[in-house]
Design a protein around this ligand. Structure first.
Ligand SMILES: [Zn+2]
Length: 135
């Protein structure tokens, strides 16, 4: 358990990204709440997913930007040193051989903030989610 020293909430993951006060309600608001340098990168990730999932509903779920169609297809989130992409465990398993350059966790991929974003890969992952995660 990790406790945020600012708001006092407890999270399973250390340094879990969250909003200490009122959380943003749209993806745009979420991105606007980040520091400037990461905003541009988040916009690129957002655009890459949007192209792949044009008919998904956009919302905030689990405090993260989310594309939804019957159920959550994919989330992303900003961290101090990376952007987290969360297509789910089946996706990271199915696409494992394309993710060897990245740190992955169950269902998540870390895109380091000091490296170019793999936008083609992000689109491919989002397309996979559209085909396999939708209900
Ligand atoms: Zn907090």
């Amino acid at each position: 358990m990790w406790k945020c020293l600012n708001c006092g909430r407890k999270f399973e993951n250390t340094e879990q990204h969250h909003f200490c006060s009122e959380p943003p309600k749209t993806i745009e608001a979420y991105i606007a709440a980040q520091t400037e340098d990461i905003q541009l990168r988040l916009l690129e990730v957002y655009a890459a997913i949007k192209v792949a999932l044009p008919d998904a509903t956009e919302k905030i779920s689990w405090q993260m930007p989310t594309f939804w169609k019957g159920q959550n297809l994919i989330h992303f989130a900003a961290f101090k040193k990376h952007i987290g992409l969360y297509p789910g465990g089946e996706a990271t398993t199915a696409l494992a051989e394309k993710l060897t350059d990245y740190k992955t966790s169950k269902g998540g991929i870390q895109l380091p903030n000091n490296k170019p974003l793999p936008l083609d890969l992000i689109t491919e992952i989002a397309l996979w989610c559209g085909r396999n995660n939708a209900k």
